[in-house]
Design a protein. Structure first.
Length: 449
């Protein structure tokens, strides 16, 4: 009588994922390879590794079987086979899943979502040259909601109907999104920009957005400029290899320096203030009542057991009304967070009877290489960086503004005073924000078509 093989556990995704897909009679197979991500580990950290960690690493480092093929080559020799690579760190924890030149079925993403509670260190999902269905993006967006993933790379993976904006529709931990060479157009860019406009959920978390080598023109660039007026989280924006001209560049550069608030900006700001105050009052009242109820229960318990020695508890009857109010206020802030507003009194000023914003000083890296920018864009860029220098001198902001701009591959003149000025100011900004480390050479300064 043969002994049955034990059923794989979800915490062993290398064995579990192919097994569960086979069990569910999925119309595809899964081949999952493993790789160790090399990283520095100190002698102390090595000594701290448990026997389980060491055995996991040893198992992962075993030589593959002779019949195995690299993940990137599987799709060429097999139909309906999804080739994946699981990357582990030196502690034997899964940190990244990579799919290269393979289809990405919706069912696979849903099965992977079931494994997420057992993979708390998985922070990156990479798909290169993937084949997607439209509904697969919706499944990925749900996966992001339920995971710890902070980086999503979908390079060279166009989707019918696009709809990449749904990846940013919900509250997630996503900090980096790469959509290079995904066939994005202006409409896609407009949808993505709307998701990153304050106060939408993605505007509070995303730090890096890369949309290089797509089909984005001025209309999409203007939408991104409108987004940058209120977004104070994005640090890195890559628009290289698109079709943006001076009009789109001027809009983006204009959002980085002072601009007047529109009537809609002012109305929406006031609405956000009212909504926050209302929410804060509701949460505060609940926290305060809960503390009062806890104090009342403590008193009742003490009366039933008068001989019991009571310990002083911060949420108990020992707190005075003022202390209860202060504790309720702290609890409220912890639950709903501080008021997050890009157009606060400190970030705005009045000029000529209008309210102006100081502009976006949070974006630090802007890549607009290989577009259609010429001399007027260099002039506008110089004006924007000069304006940022003035703002930093006049205000107490801790933001450094732009410190790196890439413009190579544009039809710019080789020698212009504006680009020389930009280079000097970028060096100065880098020195002020990086403890004396000098910036790299301004790459766009010598660009020619």
């Amino acid at each position: 009588m043969t002994e049955e093989c034990p059923r794989p556990s979800p915490d062993n995704i290398v064995e579990f994922l192919p097994y569960i897909c086979y069990t569910m009679q999925a119309p595809f197979g899964v081949q999952l390879k493993t790789r160790i991500v090399e990283e520095y580990v100190s002698v102390i950290d090595k000594a701290k590794k448990t026997k389980k960690d060491k055995s996991t690493i040893h198992a992962l480092q075993q030589d593959p079987e002779p019949g195995d093929t690299p993940a990137s080559d599987v799709q060429e020799g097999g139909v309906g086979l999804v080739a994946m690579t699981a990357l582990y760190n030196a502690s034997g924890r899964l940190v990244e899943l990579l799919v290269n030149r393979s289809p990405v079925p919706t069912m696979l993403i849903r099965v992977l979502t079931l494994c997420l509670p057992f993979q708390p260190h998985l922070y990156r999902l990479t798909v290169c040259n993937g084949v997607f269905e439209t509904k697969t993006l919706a499944a990925i967006s749900q996966l992001l909601v339920q995971s710890q993933i902070t980086e999503l790379y979908l390079s060279d993976s166009p989707v019918p109907g696009h709809r990449f904006s749904q990846l940013l529709a919900y509250q997630t931990r996503l900090q980096c999104l790469s959509l290079d060479r995904c066939g994005l157009d202006d409409d896609d860019c407009i949808e993505i920009a709307s998701m990153l406009t304050h106060p939408n959920p993605a505007s509070q978390t995303l730090l890096v957005l890369s949309m290089g080598s797509n089909n984005i023109y001025n209309r999409g660039a203007v939408a991104l400029a409108v987004m940058l007026r209120s977004n104070r989280k994005l640090r890195y924006l890559n628009l290289s290899g698109n079709q943006i001209s001076n009009t789109g560049a001027a809009a983006i550069f204009g959002s980085l320096m002072e601009f007047p608030l529109s009537h809609a900006d002012i109305v929406s700001k006031r609405l956000r203030v009212v909504q926050y105050i209302k929410l804060r009052k509701e949460v505060y009242a609940k926290c305060y009542n809960d503390l009062i109820a806890t104090a009342s229960d403590s008193k009742s318990e003490a009366r039933r057991k008068p001989t019991t020695r009571r310990k002083s508890v911060s949420t108990g009857a020992s707190l005075s009304p003022d202390e209860l109010a202060a504790k309720a206020d702290v609890m409220t802030t912890h639950l709903i967070g501080p008021f997050n507003e890009p157009f606060t009194c400190e970030a705005t000023f009045k000029k000529e009877g209008a309210v102006y914003s100081y502009g976006n000083l949070c974006l630090s890296y802007l890549n607009m290489s290989y577009n259609n920018l010429n001399h007027p864009s260099a002039v506008t860029l110089a004006e924007a960086i000069q304006a940022q220098q003035r703002i930093k001198a006049l205000t107490a902001t801790t933001e450094v503004g732009l410190v790196r701009v890439q413009l190579e591959g544009n039809p710019l003149p080789a020698d212009t005073d504006e680009l020389d000025t930009v280079q000097a100011m970028l060096d100065r900004a880098m020195l002020s924000g990086s403890k004396g480390r000098k910036s790299e050479k301004f790459l766009g300064r010598l660009s020619r078509r």
